[in-house]
Design a protein around this ligand. Structure first.
Ligand code: GLY
Length: 367
């Protein structure tokens, strides 16, 4: 395949992330990771009409003996439910999937998380190949094996760690990504610079025009750099016992915003995940400055970069600070009922801060 880059994820269950144009049609590469004769292709109602046919045909050409089932979710975060998870499991049962079956997740984070969770649970775990089609899922959710569904009390509260066998990020698929979704993905790209790589942050400041214009080389570089950062972290800490928590910079605030506004996103005024994380990163940086951990000038630089990429940097109107704080108390990073947040010492230097004073958080949430 032309121009494909690879990033290896080490650790107990190593796998490779392949990044480049045209991977969706590379049946031989995809089929290399299918051990048995059953494959469930999971996608959603927006992505399937665009790409499911290509993937099915490519797989069929490479492996005519494969029994390929298809399970299509309604597009949107609202589908990441236990009910839809149950339907995916039923699809595996209908397919007669055995222990060597493979689930292929074709889509964004919702598809990847739900399909990965179904793969983690079917017969106590079958293979999953992640084929992310959004920038957000290419640089974050498809890598590292976190799988989950949402419940009304919060995002991703029911799930499992289940690393994929392989990840294929077809950069040509980004051509059909709405600009708002591209910017949401760039928020997670910016996160890697913010938490551990000031030089990458500076590169993102310089390459803004190219990335927003979807320059394919700049995008591929940004994806590969992001995946390298994530790969290094998850190889050392796959189960988030330590440094993996740094990947959640801005996420505790962001998840609270998302949950409080009711999991919005596509096609409405609610912030989507990347947008909520953008606001959350600014709040985390501001709290760090208020606590005397980091220079306020770094908050300004982060805010300017996010705003320059067209991302929101202010709390949406109408959300009650107390309600947001109540959501934050349910975050999975908290221990012994104390707020544990990812803050920073400044650009490129995130750290986990245990036992953050709730009144200081409330002050930042109140603006
Ligand atoms: N999205 C954060 C992580 O994978 O740990």
């Amino acid at each position: 395949m032309n121009h494909a880059r690879t990033v290896d994820v080490g650790g107990e269950i190593p796998y490779t992330i392949t990044i480049g144009p045209g991977l969706l049609g590379d049946g031989a590469a995809l089929a290399r990771h299918v051990r048995g004769r059953h494959l469930l292709l999971v996608s959603d109602s927006l992505v399937a009409p665009l790409y499911a046919g290509t993937v099915r045909e490519a797989l069929h050409a490479a492996r005519p003996d494969l029994a390929i089932g298809t399970f299509i979710l309604p597009a949107g975060e609202e589908s990441k439910t236990l009910a839809h998870f149950g339907h995916a499991i039923e699809a595996l049962a209908t397919l007669g999937a055995t222990r060597d079956a493979c689930v292929v997740a074709l889509g964004g984070g919702v598809v990847g998380d739900l399909a990965g969770f179904a793969a983690a649970c079917w017969m106590r775990g079958v293979d999953c190949v992640q084929v992310p089609t959004t920038l957000l899922s290419m640089v974050d959710s498809s890598v590292g094996g976190k799988t989950a569904v949402d419940i009304p009390q919060g995002k991703n509260l029911v799930g499992a760690f289940h690393p994929p066998r392989a990840v294929f990020a077809d950069t040509a698929a980004l051509a059909t990504l709405p600009p708002r979704e591209l910017r949401a993905g760039l928020a997670e790209v910016i996160k890697y610079g913010a938490i551990r790589d000031a030089r990458f942050f500076q590169w993102l400041e310089q390459e803004r025009a190219a990335l927003l214009a979807m320059d394919s080389e700049a995008l591929a570089l940004a994806i590969a750099a992001s995946c390298e950062h994530k790969a290094e972290i998850v190889a050392r800490d796959p189960l988030e016992k330590g440094e993996r928590a740094l990947l959640n910079f801005g996420h505790t605030f962001g998840h609270a915003i998302e949950t409080e506004q009711g999991y919005g996103g596509l096609g409405n005024d609610n912030l989507n995940h990347g947008e909520a994380v953008a606001v959350g990163m600014v709040l985390a940086a501001r709290l760090s400055a208020e606590l005397g951990l980091a220079p306020a000038a770094d908050t300004d630089r982060l805010e300017a970069l996010l705003a320059g990429y067209g991302l929101p940097v202010r709390m949406p109107a109408g959300l009650a600070p107390e309600a947001l704080l109540a959501r934050m108390r349910l975050d999975k990073k908290n221990l012994a009922g104390r707020l544990r947040l990812v803050l920073w010492r400044g650009l490129g230097q995130a750290e986990v801060v245990p036992d953050v004073d709730e009144s200081r958080v409330l002050a930042v949430l109140s603006g």
